[in-house]
Design a protein. Sequence first.
Length: 60
Amino acid sequence: MSQVILLNKPFHLLSQFTDREQPDNPRATLADFLDAPSFRPAGRLDYDSEGLLVLTRDGK
């Protein structure tokens, strides 16, 4: 059975665990909200969007 995390993503949060584009001025990432390194987003929401983000262990 797949494990999932449902996250109500707020505005100004990247839908990923790292911010490689701005290492000198990092933006908030999923790592700031979750300690779940084996999970991956099954989709993405824009940085300026909010809404339901589904994370799974296999990304599906």
